[in-house]
Design a protein around this ligand. Sequence first.
Ligand SMILES: Cc1ncc(COP(=O)(O)O)c(C=O)c1O
Length: 459
Amino acid sequence: MRALEIPDPELASLVSEAAKLATDYWASLEARPAYPVTSGGETSRLFDRAWPDEGRGRAVLDDFSAIAEHVRPCTGRFFGYVAGSGEAVGAIGDFLASVLNQNSTSWRSAPAAIAIERVVVGWLAEAVGCGGFAGSLCGGGSTANLMGLAIARESLLPANEDGARPGIVYVSEQAHMSIAKAVSLLGLGRNNLRLISVDENFRLRTDALRDAIARDRDAGKTPLAIVASAGTVATGAIDPLRDLAEIAKMEGLWLHVDGAFGVMAALAVPEMFDGLSLADSIALDAHKWLYQPIDCSCLLYRERDAARNAFSHSGDYVKIFNQDPEEVFAFFEESIELTRRFRALKLWMSLQYHGRYAYREAIIRDLRHAQLLDNAVRAHPQLELLAPVPLSAVCFRHRIKNNEAILKRVIARGRVYLSNATIHGRFALRACFVNHRTTPQDVDEIIHEVIAAADELNA
Ligand SMILES: Cc1ncc(COP(=O)(O)O)c(C=O)c1O
């Protein structure tokens, strides 16, 4: 037998045992706590093992149930952060992608994987009203934001004599931390991120933006890009995309849209994303509001050549000998990644299995769930809504009790999981709906659990 080879009957039984673990797990989800009640020490001790000299064989599958008890289950009652729910056909697609073990980097290394990725990227672009945009899949919204700003830098910012590239990026003060990280990683310069104030709906104020750009120009600085949020992480606010596109055009700046949380909702409520197609680049996360298993993110760009300009640094070893225009295509020329997972397969399978209407319906249900909670909070005398709810994130608080203590108790009770945000300096309880498993009853549980946790604080 060759090294690492598994005889056929054993392999078949491993695969079917793994499939059984998966289906049993999915069937058990609703009975699981919203978050594992475990201490970090307990979890670390449980899995602290040496790599055995002799293999354990099929017994490794026995670890699955312990692992499943020590991770966040994708139940319909997990409302923290922007945590997608991991659709099952997508998971099967991920498994089959690993079986094929393709390097989705260039046509030569994986023809069908490349063809499929280009098609699914086209579906995503069309779904958000940006048909004709090119793009590539990547691991997360943070990477997509970094790549979007890297393309902006290469397109608009010549290096100065010592190779430095100071360029100013404008975002709302509600923008995700990945933008600050990208500005720092790209060497755009310390202090070159301008946090622009927001209006009462947490949307970037265009008057403040115009002033900031003018001030920077007067000071001899170089504005580079505006990053609009299409769904801020705290409240789901959508910046005024059309106005920002106009300002970007007038000022000769790049417009990148961070749509990691919200942009996929354009499939259901396109009118809320007016102006999105005027962006130069857009980050969106299919592992958030398209319910795909982690990881599955996408950067869309208007000009494929701009992405190539940023990422095409081909070495000899990747030279493509065939000159057929289709076959010279390479994602490594448009992405940070060289070796790339076949992420497109899960999208290909999951989006076709369910169809476009089912996805639109799932997003509409999430939006409705957010409105249900919004109404329930407003109707409850002890609770107060802290921000408008344009998409599916709801920020609220208990009027009297300590909300931080409430949150800890809610999580410890294990029925629902909420996270937090800071709204006008106040601690907010936050529920976010990007979960195809959530039901209206699960939404009711949020109010029930928050009030029960608050009552416990008296005891
Ligand atoms: C608005 C926004 N941008 C970017 C990100 C980062 O995405 P990822 O966690 O996939 O890197 C998030 C994550 O929640 C987000 O909400």
